[in-house]
Ligand binder design. Sequence first.
Ligand code: C2O
Ligand code: CU
Ligand code: CU
Length: 494
Amino acid sequence: MDRRQFLLGASASWATLAYAEEMAIAHHGRPMVGDVAQFVAPDLPLPAGQPLQSLPRLPLTTAPDGTLQGQLIAAPHTRQLLAGKDTLFWAYNGQLPGPLIDVAAGSTLDLHFENRLPQPSTIHWHGLPVPADQDGLPQDAVAPGGQRRYRFTLPADFSGTCWYHPHPHHHTAEQVFRGLAGAFIIRQPNDPLAHLPEHHLLISDLRLDADARIPANTAADWLDGREGQFVLVNGQLRPQLHVAPGSLLRLRIWNATSARQLRLALPGASWYQVGTDGGLIERPQSLQQLHLAPAERAEVVVRLPATPSSPYTLQALPYARGKMVGREQTQSLPLMQLVPHGQAVVTPALPELLRQISPLPAPVREQRVLMAEKAADGPVPVQFLINGRSHDPERIDLYSVQGETEQWEIINGSDMDHPFHIHGAQFQLVSRIRDGEETPEPWLAWRDTVNLTHAERVKLRIRQDLPGLRMFHCHILEHETLGMMGNLMVKAAG
Ligand code: C2O
Ligand code: CU
Ligand code: CU
């Protein structure tokens, strides 16, 4: 790397100071939290086991110039999940989850947004390379009763399994746990898996109190990140999907929970990962488990045996994520069932090569991001910091230059898992460092979210192709809302 260019990275000097300071904090050990309020989940007879509903599609009309036009209205929405009890959600277009946007690469969208919530809101297009002023940043909030249009053209070479959700200052966690999130798929014209039946599984968390209301966060939720007593797939509890024996199925899976780490397993069936956040990988990878951090997505292909005996249960295996207060997940959690049904079918083998991914070139600059916890006074006794600071919408924390590849080292200096996410571009993981041992990533993939366990580091390469303000943050939404987020300014090239 060119040393002069590295030093020119405007952030280098203070970041180095903050880093030293922060490592000192990180080595202090975990802050003491004492007694904090925790939610005690009532046992509620939420209906389960119904046929899986597909995600409703957002109606789009095509303008004469080819622009796809649609509208998303965020508003309170009431459902009766339990007989005689109203649950008040916040929803896009009255749908839970929000409507699916499913478009071809290179599309131009013009989406009218209306905010009928009692709080400011935005729509952030998670994972999509859209211009910074269309990306629903906290700095660009739409007031209650207000509206705006989000207009963007997607690059012709970008595809992926993305999503959208609110991103206003101080309210993101609440708006998402009350129901605001939807899936966004971008397809390549030459998709080698287009012939497979495809199903979408958007996984979210729901917490209900004894009156079937969605309660506010407790102090424990602000520390650990909120989990509900129900983990839903497309808004349903343990739905069932009927599938032909012997068939190959393409599944796109979203972890749209606020904080839950999903270690997914599908005992009895063979399955392969074929894609990550930013589209297909090069070759199918045989899976034992699929770890999806909060906000992360994957594409998988499932092959069911030709003579299946019983249903296959997609489940989340036990996982300890270093909570400060709450109990860890110690039991497997069934999420849905694939039920063999009808005549066996013969499907062609998976292609060996799905697409080619070019590795990003050698970086011209390095950046470092340290995620840490620090004791604080107040109802939430811990601060969640990035490079020693809490988010300030007015402060630029790091600078990049449009079109220049950078290597970022992300460090988890805390005792809890934190999923790191950055806006504006997809990145390629280079390596993971655990206990001083660096493991290169085994295969190339485009991602926008990566989980870091306790004391883990990752190196990634990223190139921002569009100028403007971008955020990077922990995607435990409570941590993001509390300020575990930084501002990146991408300077225009030239
Ligand atoms: Cu889905 Cu800034 O995040
Ligand atoms: Cu995002
Ligand atoms: Cu976090």
